[in-house]
Design a protein around this ligand. Structure first.
Ligand SMILES: [Fe+2]
Length: 282
């Protein structure tokens, strides 16, 4: 394997491996690189949904939600992210991840790693960007750092309860079906310890965190605004221009990410996503 950093902030490109055929030694090497770079991009892959699932399963318990819209026929663990429209109907989630977030942070056991495989990419638009929450916490001004120690963020799935995140255009008409599903709010430490590296990271995002437990709302919102602004400083970030065949995996406990959208017609971006669950944040 040839592993080359993609930016100063995070991420590495991996060449010289076919993810349809990986051995235990490969997996060990990948896991070490994953902890080091937080995001890995394997170029030129040819993966069926089953093969993607098999690779993902090497990193933890596969996540699946039977009521999730747009999953691969017969394989509910694989989600379809796509702007393709077939006979007037979208075939996938069009604007996935349009606000900064860490995947499934509204869960009791949020997502550990996300795997996104690009079957088709558009010439313009559809980039994904990540921001490094180890770095954000490390460089947080001491005055701000001392205020968040021991505090917990309230993570909420329903966009209608988050004034910072509007309801997705695609789901406006059936918002109740999409966001009204019974998912309890989760409360997680704002300073999170990564389960494998032991490093501390800032664990909040404007998409899912709507308040701080135990603080009066005006005080909590002011603190959140300061943190949300700080956590996306340009020096923490890497923006990925996708190529067809990219399989990108990222470490959700220490990164936030955003889909940059703006795909220019007739460009088509079509992707398969799998996720593995982690542990309750501490
Ligand atoms: Fe996401």
């Amino acid at each position: 394997m040839i592993i080359t950093p993609l930016s100063e902030a995070l991420g590495a490109e991996v060449r010289g491996i076919d993810l349809r055929r990986f051995g235990d030694d490969d997996l060990e090497e990948i896991k070490a690189a994953f902890l080091k770079f937080q995001m890995l991009c394997f170029r030129d892959q040819e993966l069926s949904p089953r093969e993607q699932l098999e690779f993902s399963a090497g990193f933890g318990e596969i996540e699946s939600r039977p009521d999730r819209p747009f999953t691969f026929p017969g394989i509910p663990e694989v989600s379809i992210l796509s702007n393709r429209v077939h006979k007037g109907q979208p075939v996938g989630v069009i604007n996935a991840g349009d606000f900064w977030h860490s995947d499934l942070s509204f869960g009791v056991k949020p997502c550990r790693a996300t795997f996104l495989y690009a079957l088709e990419v558009a010439k313009d638009g559809g980039d994904t960007e990540w921001s490094n929450m180890y770095a954000a916490l490390d460089r947080l001004p001491l005055s701000l750092r001392s205020r968040i120690e021991g505090l917990h963020g309230i993570h909420v799935f329903d966009r209608r309860r988050n004034p910072r995140a509007e309801v997705d255009r695609q789901f406006k008409k059936n918002a109740e079906n999409v966001y009204g599903v019974s998912i309890a709010d989760a409360v997680h430490p704002i300073v999170r310890t990564h389960p494998e590296t032991g490093r501390k990271a800032l664990y909040i995002s404007p998409r899912f965190v709507v308040g701080i437990e135990g603080l009066p709302d005006d005080e909590g919102q002011k603190l959140l605004d300061e943190l949300f602004e700080f956590q996306i400083k340009p020096e923490f970030r890497y923006r990925h221009k996708w190529r067809g065949g990219d399989l990108v995996m990222w470490d959700n406990p220490c990164l936030i990410h955003i889909g940059r959208g703006k795909i220019k017609p007739p460009g088509i971006r079509h992707m398969h996503r799998t996720m593995v669950l982690g542990e309750k944040p501490y």
